[in-house]
Design a protein around this ligand. Structure first.
Ligand SMILES: *Cc1c(COP(=O)(O)O)cnc(C)c1O
Length: 337
């Protein structure tokens, strides 16, 4: 294996020893195989290529203080992938097989898990695709499930940096009764154009309002929305087209443990100006503080313009402390591999 400089790792693909791959045929999953080559030999008529039968997941494994490697809440990702599979008519991956696949691929790549203290982790990417040939529109007759891993560095090297967000009223991410609440690859294709526009205008993230009326806050393109009120309540939107983020679920529980009131309810656009802190949460970065939200001529400034607010900072430190085995894992979230 190549020499990795753990201190300069970013969030980008690199080859590891292997990924793990399973194929579903005639109603059953085959045994998983570790494969060194990072390529699939796929049929040109595969359903995932033409009709978008593709689901993915994202989670992380950590080298903990005691030297052991633990994955964070893989069962929740397994359940979410099962929901995505059901919604897109793909063969579901049983939870036990999913968690076993994750453990096996991590063990086969354990020297790619960044050492404790570097702030890095092993990013785990499960993928489920319709790999059978399909020309008439119908569910594929063969599926491929694979899990690849990539070592990644800490997203923020010098503390949590606040970012500016934009609302682009010309684009929606997900329809109210569509597939916004499951993790299908196509949701990302649907948001890329708006994302490029946002980036071009100087905003690293874009915030979506509900597609029906553009009245309520939904989520960022790849992360959930959290607002902290001036009296310290944790508010996150309730909607049928938001992707249920494992990070948000975790932070809600930690907030409740810390004594905060947690509210899951519709969040009208007008309420944005009232939050003391706003954050975007997801596995890759845990939480990104948002200090400004722009919609047309309206500019909403939120909290500190230079750093992270105290509540999101505390939530961030607590989840990281649990993930690296520095704080007690009272909910049994970390699974040893
Ligand atoms: C994956 C994803 C998230 C974040 O979910 P986590 O489980 O916290 O990583 C948020 N929004 C969308 C649209 C996503 O696809």
């Amino acid at each position: 294996m190549q020499n990795i400089d753990w201190n300069t790792l970013g969030f980008k693909y690199m080859d590891t020893h292997c990924h793990i791959r399973y194929v579903w045929r005639d109603g059953a999953w085959g045994p998983g195989e570790l494969a060194a080559e990072p390529y699939l030999n796929m049929h040109i008529a595969a359903a995932c290529l033409h009709y978008g039968q593709a689901a993915f997941e994202g989670m992380k494994a950590f080298r903990c203080k005691d030297g052991k490697i633990r994955v964070f809440r893989p069962q929740v990702n397994a359940q979410r992938m099962a929901n995505t599979a059901r919604r897109t008519c793909m063969a579901p991956v049983p939870e036990a097989m999913f968690v076993d696949a994750v453990s096996r691929v991590i063990r086969a790549n354990d020297d790619f898990v960044p050492p404790y203290g570097t702030g890095g982790s092993l990013y785990i990417r499960p993928l489920l695709i319709g790999s059978g040939a399909q020309i008439g529109v119908a569910p594929a007759s063969e599926y491929t499930f694979l899990v690849l891993v990539v070592p990644v560095g800490p997203y923020y090297k010098g503390g949590l940096q606040p970012v500016r967000a934009v609302i682009l009223d010309d684009y929606d991410r997900a329809a109210p009764l569509g597939v916004g609440n499951v993790k299908v690859a196509g949701n990302y294709a649907a948001s890329l154009y708006a994302h490029e526009q946002a980036k071009h205008a100087g905003f690293p993230v874009e915030l979506y309002l509900d597609s029906k009326e553009h009245k309520y806050v939904e989520e960022f393109a790849t992360s959930n929305f959290i607002g902290i009120t001036k009296d310290g309540r944790y508010v996150t939107p309730d909607s049928s087209s938001i992707l249920p983020s494992v990070t948000n679920n975790t932070l809600k529980q930690i907030a409740a443990d810390l004594g905060l009131t947690v509210e899951v309810r519709p969040v009208p656009f007008e309420e944005l100006a009232e939050f003391a802190e706003v954050g975007a949460c997801g596995t890759a970065v845990v939480v990104t503080p948002v200090c400004e939200i722009v919609r047309g001529d309206t500019v909403i400034k939120i909290g500190s313009q230079t750093g992270c607010g105290p509540v999101l900072q505390k939530l961030y430190e607590t989840v990281q402390g649990i993930q690296y085995g520095e704080l007690p894992d009272t909910h049994g979230w970390c699974v040893e591999v």
